[in-house]
Design a protein around this ligand. Structure first.
Ligand code: NAG
Ligand code: NAG
Length: 220
């Protein structure tokens, strides 16, 4: 193989790798606890890294995830996401954790996506109807009813939801393959954007009466 071919092959490999890499970039050192003040930082990889000699156990620590969260809101659920903003030591490590609380009889974690993370969810208590929808053109719903002890995976980027169908409250724990998976709640993003999307756009996209779109935009 000539030098040009080798170069072309390596470029192709690099491209394939970058397309196939679905999680955060690998750390280039043991850890990199995030710090907001660059005065104490040594270098950047996602967020500024705190100098290792100033990094302590508390950079890798969070307490209180055992405490139930309030679900007294419109959807009847509460997500406590421990991303790099809550646990600085997660910086560059490509992982985060969440506690999810669902109100009895209809607590809903509404359809949403994580643009940067796959999610694996463990039900600790209750009964959840969960699912995700595959991308175009199939838009196939892959859904299941989960009980305590059941685990389900939501692939990166796909729209998914969890719905409490039992008479008791439910709790789940989820791990996500990013230090900052991000969340886009579909209804909020579409009908509650700031400033609002022109109702003509949404009326046509959702095949709805413009008045209904305007009502939805008010709600969100
Ligand atoms: C900690 O590391 C920084 C460089 O990142 C260095 O300037 C400083 O002297 C070190 N402090 C101690 C106590 O070792
Ligand atoms: C989630 O629970 C916490 C603690 O109970 C509460 O402060 C917060 O307002 C709740 N969030 C929502 C969206 O209900």
């Amino acid at each position: 193989m000539g030098a040009v071919n080798v170069l072309a092959a390596s470029l192709l490999l690099a491209l394939v790798y970058s397309l196939a890499s679905a999680s955060d970039p690998s750390p280039l050192q043991d850890f990199c606890a995030a710090i907001n003040d660059p005065k104490y930082a040594v270098f950047v990889n996602g967020k500024f890294c705190k100098s290792p000699n100033l990094t302590t156990a508390d950079d890798f620590f969070f307490t209180g995830l055992n405490v139930p969260r309030s679900t007294a809101n419109r959807v009847g659920s509460n997500v406590t996401l421990l991303n790099v903003d809550r646990i600085p030591g997660l910086n560059t490590l490509g992982i985060s954790l969440a506690r999810l609380d669902y109100a009895a009889e209809g607590g809903l974690n509404p359809p949403h996506t994580h643009p940067r993370g796959t999610e694996i969810l463990l039900v600790l208590q209750g009964t959840l109807y969960v699912g995700f929808v595959t991308s175009n053109p199939d838009n196939r719903l892959i859904a299941k009813v989960l009980q305590a002890g059941d685990v389900f995976v939501f692939p990166v980027g796909l729209i998914h939801f969890q719905f409490n169908i039992a008479k008791t409250s439910a709790v789940a724990i989820a791990a996500l393959s990013s230090q900052n998976p991000g969340v886009i709640t579909i209804a909020n993003a579409i009908f509650g954007s700031n400033p609002p999307i022109n109702p003509d756009v949404l009326a046509k996209a959702f095949q709805l009466d413009k008045q209904i779109v305007e009502d939805l935009e008010k709600k969100f």
